[in-house]
Design a protein around this ligand. Structure first.
Ligand code: ATP
Ligand code: PRP
Length: 223
């Protein structure tokens, strides 16, 4: 892993999409004010200055937050524990549950299958998922071999179109499953978003990064 010079401005990696809506009020409480382009949906800018000269924000895809932080390209970030569990990067330390982005990672199948299905008898299953590592680990722990077909979205289409009979995906209200004739049959993990830091950066700059962790913790407690 590349080393991180101690005099560089800190980079905070934030996920675009739904989590950003929940992170935004938290940023306000932490006292980080991004430059106006950050809130402009039409802006193609990816890196943003803030009111703190020593902290800038990058906006990337949620899986990429973990990668930027693990490789030290960003010092801090916000990522769901679905993403953290999937990569399992040892370089990432996740000191704080931000209590946002709450959902669960679950196994689902068509409602017509549920009655005749007994998960205790599975020895091999094929699933469509964005989370092949978590899925394989989860099933291997009870001796089931999971063959995973990697999709990046719209997993719920897979059973209807005969790609496979089951999926592993995030569920919140359950409306996406219902709208596609699927039923949740097993919960793999509860998910929320975490503040993450690069371990090497934290070791090199403990006061500065520790200070931001404390400010995020206070902001979460005040919510
Ligand atoms: N329905 C949901 N309810 C609450 N949190 C969710 C939900 N779906 C996803 N999340 C959380 O938000 C994070 C980003 O998910 P989302 O589905 O918005 O990513 P995306 O923008 O579709 O991803 P990509 O970067 O592949 O386009 C997930 O990693 C998870 O932690
Ligand atoms: O239980 P629900 O409240 O319906 O939420 C679940 C949906 O939310 C996520 O998808 P998202 O909307 O982020 O779209 P994606 O398929 O592009 O990831 C997830 O992948 C489910 O499809």
């Amino acid at each position: 892993m590349p080393s991180i010079p101690a005099n560089e401005p800190l980079v905070l990696a934030l996920p675009k999409g739904r989590i950003l809506l929940e992170v935004r009020p938290l940023l306000d409480r932490v006292g980080i004010v991004p430059e106006p382009a950050f809130d402009d949906e039409n802006s193609r800018q990816l890196r943003f200055a803030t009111n703190h000269p020593h902290i800038s924000i990058i906006r990337v895809r949620s899986f990429d937050v973990a990668t930027f932080v693990a490789f030290g390209a960003a010092h801090l970030g916000v990522a769901g524990n679905d993403v953290l569990m999937e990569f399992d990067y040892p370089e990432i330390y996740a000191p704080l549950d931000l209590g946002i982005g709450a959902c669960r990672l679950s196994v689902a199948e068509p409602k017509e299958m549920v009655e005749g299905d007994d998960p205790a008898r599975w020895s091999h299953i094929r699933v469509a998922t964005k989370y092949p590592e978590i899925t394989r680990r989860h099933f291997a722990a009870r001796g089931v071999q999971a063959e995973c077909i990697k999709l990046n979205g719209a997993m719920e289409l897979a059973p209807t179109l005969g790609l496979c009979r089951r999926i592993v995906d995030l569920v919140s209200s359950g409306s996406t499953l219902r709208a596609n004739g699927l039923v949740e049959i097993e919960r793999i993990a509860d998910i929320t978003s975490r503040l993450v830091v690069n371990r090497a950066a934290y070791k090199t700059r403990p006061e500065e990064i520790g200070g931001w962790i404390d400010r995020f913790r206070e902001a979460v407690d005040a919510a």
